[in-house]
Design a protein around this ligand. Structure first.
Ligand SMILES: [Zn+2]
Length: 160
C-alpha cells in the first residue's frame, strides 16, 4: 500500500509512525528521510549532499503557518539561495540573529519536483551526491514565485 505524502506529494509506503512536529508529512516520507540522513551522516564526503537534502526536505514539508514553520521555511530557502544562486560553499553557517521578521511564504505545488524517494539509499557516493543536488535544484525551482523575497531577505541579512 502506498499513499501520497501530504507535504511533498511523493508516493510513499503507507505505514504507521511518527512525523516531525511541524514539517508535516506522511509517516512513510519522514521515515525514508530519517533513513537517508542516517546514511549521509556517516560519510564525510556526503556532507554537502546531506545539507542539500535537509534543505530540500524542509521546504517541501512546510507544514502550517506558525513561528517555527515560518522560520524553518525561510532559513532553508535562504540556504538553497546561498549555494544554488550565489554559489557560496554548501553548509556555511549563517548568522541568523539579525533577521527576525520573516513571514509565511505560501507554498507552491510540488507536483513536478523530485522527492526523497529519488535519492538512492544505497549505491556509491557518486550516485547520491548528484541526486541530492538535483533534488535541491528542483525544489528551489518550485519556489520560484518567492525567489525575489528570498533574495531580499538574503541581502537584508548579510552573510558574515
Ligand atoms: Zn514527503
Amino acid at each position: 500500500m502506498s499513499e501520497p505524502c501530504i507535504g511533498c506529494g511523493a508516493k510513499i509506503a503507507k505505514i504507521d509512525g511518527p512525523i516531525h512536529r511541524y514539517m508535516t508529512s506522511a509517516p512513510g516520507c519522514w521515515a525514508r528521510y530519517g533513513e537517508l540522513l542516517g546514511i549521509l551522516s556517516i560519510e564525510p564526503r556526503l556532507q554537502a549532499a546531506r545539507q542539500m537534502c535537509v534543505d530540500a526536505y524542509a521546504v517541501t514539508h512546510p507544514g502550517r503557518p506558525n513561528p517555527q514553520a515560518i522560520r524553518s521555511v525561510a532559513v532553508h530557502l535562504l540556504n538553497l539561495h546561498d549555494y544554488l544562486v550565489r554559489l557560496r560553499p554548501v553548509g556555511v553557517p549563517r548568522l541568523l540573529g539579525r533577521k527576525r521578521d520573516f513571514h509565511w511564504l505560501h507554498p507552491p505545488s510540488f507536483r513536478s519536483t523530485r522527492t526523497v524517494v529519488d535519492i538512492p539509499l544505497s549505491g556509491s557516493d557518486d550516485s547520491i551526491a548528484p541526486a541530492a543536488r538535483a533534488w535541491a535544484e528542483s525544489v528551489w525551482e518550485a519556489w520560484s514565485g518567492h525567489h525575489a523575497q528570498i533574495a531580499t531577505w538574503s541581502a537584508e541579512q548579510g552573510t558574515s
